[in-house]
Design a protein around this ligand. Structure first.
Ligand SMILES: Nc1nc2c(ncn2[C@@H]2O[C@H](COP(=O)(O)OP(=O)(O)OP(=O)(O)O)[C@@H](O)[C@H]2O)c(=O)[nH]1
Length: 287
């Protein structure tokens, strides 16, 4: 089992999806999109990789949601065979250091310097890598771009020696241990964030009210939970145009992932304060 950790927005979910070869973890330009621990599975003839994506470790805010997110990160790190510690190539800040401090020294750790394609001055990279490699005894240092398939292949080979010997835990076609219901909620949440940009607070979430399967058809009824009326208006957009766009894109992604037609109905509900209340969080599936 391999954990993927790093501060928000370094590209952990993008990396996970690339390693698994399918979209199992949502991504967006908005930091803190990933809220749950997600397992992604990639099975080869002679090895099975199980990846755990973690929410970006949060240090700026201290509400119940963030405490829950941070707990998810720390509990994951003690139970894995290796850790991919992801940073952005050319940038190492206090937020990265805080995540590094959480990594137990006993667990093999690979430093992944992601978004290599964004580094225009490649000469500056060597001193940067030297500087960060002095921070900890990393088992490997891998500069890459999560968006480059060759880099991903190389990383798979680099990670392989860290996997323990044993029989596979999941079936060879399994991509994730998450249910379709969970994945449907994550896909819709991703679209909400993508289409509302930075205006919408990240406390908005998605609940699946009903998930029915009828042959190959999935009929899904979902509610987008927001904290204020203004947020609701943001999602609906001019004459409902934005909500329509969000729902259509979400439906198309679901059809691709579930490999069959999807009927999706989306509602929006305003409920203030849900993210500041531990009991409320548990009710919505947070640990
Ligand atoms: N140019 C470039 N962009 C990347 C790369 N990897 C990820 N990104 C972008 O970086 C942004 C953040 O990626 P995510 O995968 O959502 O990041 P994350 O670390 O999972 O973020 P949180 O969920 O906030 O913890 C997205 O806009 C990605 O498209 C890369 O290799 N190159």
């Amino acid at each position: 089992m391999v954990a993927i950790v790093g501060r928000p927005n370094v590209g952990k979910s993008t990396l996970m999806n690339a390693l698994v070869g399918q979209k199992v973890s949502i991504t967006s330009r908005k930091a803190q999109t990933t809220r749950h621990r997600i397992t992604g599975i990639h099975t080869l003839e002679d090895a099975q990789y199980i990846f755990v994506d973690t929410p970006g470790f949060q240090t700026k805010h201290s509400g119940a949601l963030n405490r829950s997110l941070n707990r998810a990160v720390t509990s994951t790190l003690t139970a894995v065979d290796a850790i991919l510690f992801v940073i952005e190539a050319g940038r190492f800040g206090p937020d990265d250091q805080k995540v590094l401090d959480l990594i137990p020294p006993s667990v093999p750790t690979l430093l992944i310097a992601n978004k290599l394609d964004r580094v225009s001055d490649k000469d500056s990279l060597y001193p940067f890598m030297q500087q960060v490699s002095a921070l900890r005894q990393f088992n490997e240092i891998v500069p890459l771009s999560a968006k480059n398939p060759d880099d991903i292949k190389r990383l798979m080979a680099t990670v392989k020696p860290f996997l323990p010997e044993g029989s596979p835990i999941y079936g060879e076609d399994d991509l994730t241990d998450r249910s379709e219901r969970f994945l449907a909620a994550e896909i819709l949440r991703e679209k909400v964030f993508r289409w509302t940009g930075d205006e919408l607070p990240y406390t908005s979430t998605v609940l699946i009210d009903k998930f029915e399967t009828e042959g190959r058809l999935r009929r899904i009824f979902a509610t987008i939970m927001v904290e204020r009326d203004t947020h609701k208006a943001m999602i609906i957009g001019q004459k409902g145009a934005k909500l329509k766009q969000i729902s259509t894109e979400a439906r198309l992604d679901m059809e691709k992932l579930f490999d069959g037609p999807v009927y999706l109905e989306t509602f929006i509900k305003v409920k203030s304060g849900w993210a500041d209340n531990e009991a409320g969080l548990r009710a919505y599936g947070y640990e």
